[in-house]
Design a binder for this molecule. Structure first.
Ligand code: FMN
Length: 164
């Protein structure tokens, strides 16, 4: 029996991309590397992205550390520059000093709303703790030393498996 267009599309491997900004302690980069393995996805910085090229992907993950209660400005600016898409799947991720379900929802809000306004369908969101030596915390050896830890990376792996 002949396959229809949707069946052919579903049987092709999904093409995924990760857009990452991670500078403080490369905490979010550790998470992105796990996603990259599971999703077989390339990792690019917002600066390396040509907004039009995102159209080529079935799934795009956007992530950074949380800086002043938001994703990095370079991701927010990229979201502003993206062309409108028709219901394309995306997911958000971050590492932060302080975490939790409602904190994640708040920290991700700015990027989520920008992407949703462009037609992206946010299928899931991941956050875990990251080592933080910002400002005065440096004087006390920082908070969340050793995070992300092995359990965080395992949770990242489970998350990526779940969304594929
Ligand atoms: C300038 C700056 C601002 C930060 N602001 C917040 C914040 O508002 N909320 C929070 O939970 N963590 C905050 N953090 C902690 C970072 O989100 C955390 O260390 C994160 O893991 C850094 O990710 P990265 O190593 O990928 O850059 C801040 C860190 C820096 C350096």
């Amino acid at each position: 029996m002949e396959k229809n267009d949707n069946e052919i599309k579903d049987s092709l491997p999904k093409k995924s991309l990760l857009v990452l900004y991670s500078y403080h302690h490369q905490n979010t980069e550790q998470i992105a590397k796990v996603f990259s393995e599971v999703l077989d996805a390339e990792i690019k910085t917002p600066q390396q992205i040509n907004p039009e090229e995102l159209q080529e992907y079935d799934l795009v993950g956007f992530g950074s550390g949380i800086y002043s209660a938001k994703h990095d400005e370079s991701l927010l600016e990229l979201a502003d520059d993206l062309p409108e898409v028709n219901n394309k799947n995306a997911f958000l991720f971050s590492t932060a000093g302080i975490t939790g379900e409602s904190k994640k929802t708040k920290d991700h809000r700015t990027l989520r709303e920008k992407l949703e306004s462009k037609g992206y369908n946010i299928i899931d969101e991941f956050q875990c703790k990251g080592f933080n030596t910002n400002s005065f915390l440096r004087l006390f050896g920082g908070m969340n030393k050793g995070r992300p830890n092995a359990k965080d990376l395992k949770n990242a792996e489970k998350f990526a498996v779940k969304i594929t």
